[in-house]
Write a protein that binds this ligand. Structure first.
Ligand SMILES: Cc1ncc(COP(=O)(O)O)c(C=O)c1O
Length: 351
């Protein structure tokens, strides 16, 4: 797709940064986008290239180091641009600067994931944007999609062009953010390629996409074990050795209902209904009942599907609960455990 549309696709670390798998990622993608000093350094060390960086604000005490790992930087406001642009000139290597703009349109329906919602702090709005591009600005960036199709992007582009079109002939690159779920079954690649090829040619710009979810979509599972089964007021709860709030926080935050191997949503005659309970103290650390079609017993495995993008990066050790180990299942059917977690991982974060 990158070759056909002559665009660049980079990995958004915020969605997936399990660097043990970067050698595989690097077979397909040459770069990454970072939202902090640590992610930028990880890009430099493990993707072996400098990062495209965007954060709502940067820190003066980190900036010099950040620039060592950076090839492109995007500012979220004119005040951040004024403060840090002069420092990019002293980095010792060329750094291409851009501004994040807000296309003021998105079809993402959950406000938590909609950077275009009224009053959004993410990106400069069309009314606030200066008449002409500030000195040294070579690119524009927007990000307003989430698990979206190319048809959503098409509508975003119409709004982006309507609001910022007059600047597009003056920039070198346009970074269209993430949210392009191009690895989902049914995604119309031809449509995306056509859309981006037209845009690229129309403005003679380099086009960059930075998906996170799409890179790790349906690439792995979280395996839990039933530790106990309790009953209260006719509700059975299988208590697991993992926690929704600590290990799958998006299931409660977004919220969404994870898919589970061998389980389905209850129907009127379902017999084997179990809530799944996490092992933390949070009362709401559970998923409402699933139908397992059989009795659940202590020791049974519960396999949560598609638990890699965002799940891994957002975990916490709330309650001091340990993290599940990270393993890679190889094409030769070997299971390689690449990381286990220990008391020191918990202790060293706290003092
Ligand atoms: C600026 C930016 N770029 C890229 C992404 C990655 O988005 P996704 O994982 O939905 O592809 C995000 C996600 O929040 C983002 O904020």
């Amino acid at each position: 797709m990158q070759k056909e549309a002559e665009i660049e696709i980079i990995l958004a670390f915020k969605g997936f940064s399990m660097w043990g798998s970067f050698p595989i990622v690097r077979e397909y993608l040459n770069g990454a986008t970072a939202s902090s000093l640590f992610e930028a350094r990880l890009c430099y060390e493990e993707m072996k290239t400098r990062a495209h960086v965007y954060a709502p604000v940067y820190f003066e005490h980190e900036f010099e180091e950040l620039m060592q790992y950076t090839s492109h930087i995007v500012f979220n406001s004119i005040s951040q641009y004024k403060k840090f642009y002069p420092k990019t000139l002293k980095a010792g290597h060329p750094i291409s600067c851009g501004l994040r703009v807000n296309p003021e349109y998105s079809d993402v329906e959950t406000d938590l994931y909609n950077p275009s919602a009224a009053g959004s702090r993410l990106g400069i709005g069309s009314n606030e944007f200066p008449e002409s591009l500030p000195e040294g600005i070579e690119g524009l960036h927007f990000h307003v999609l989430c698990e979206s199709t190319s048809y959503s992007l098409e509508k975003v582009l119409e709004n982006f062009e309507a609001r910022f079109g007059k600047h597009l002939h003056q920039v070198k690159w346009i970074n269209m953010g993430g949210g392009h779920l191009m690895t989902r079954t049914g995604y119309n690649h031809e449509h995306l390629i056509g859309l981006l090829t037209n845009f690229r040619k129309k403005y003679d710009v380099q086009v960059i996409l930075e998906p996170g979810s799409a890179i790790a979509w349906e690439t792995g599972v979280l395996v839990a074990t039933v530790m106990d089964v309790v009953q209260h007021q006719n509700i059975n709860t299988a208590i697991l050795d993992v926690s929704f709030t600590a290990h799958m926080p998006d299931t409660l935050e977004m919220p969404y209902r994870p898919r589970i191997e061998g389980a389905k949503d209850p129907e009127t005659n379902s017999k084997y209904l179990y809530r799944l309970g996490g092992l933390s103290c949070l009362a709401g650390d559970f998923m409402e009942v699933y139908d397992f079609g059989k009795e659940l017993r202590i020791g049974d495995r519960i396999i949560f599907k598609d638990m890699i993008h965002y799940t891994m990066v957002k975990t916490t050790m709330f309650n001091g609960v340990n993290h599940p180990a990270i393993a890679i299942w190889t094409a030769n059917d070997e299971l390689k455990v690449v990381r286990t977690f220990h008391y020191q991982d918990f202790k060293t974060r706290l003092s």
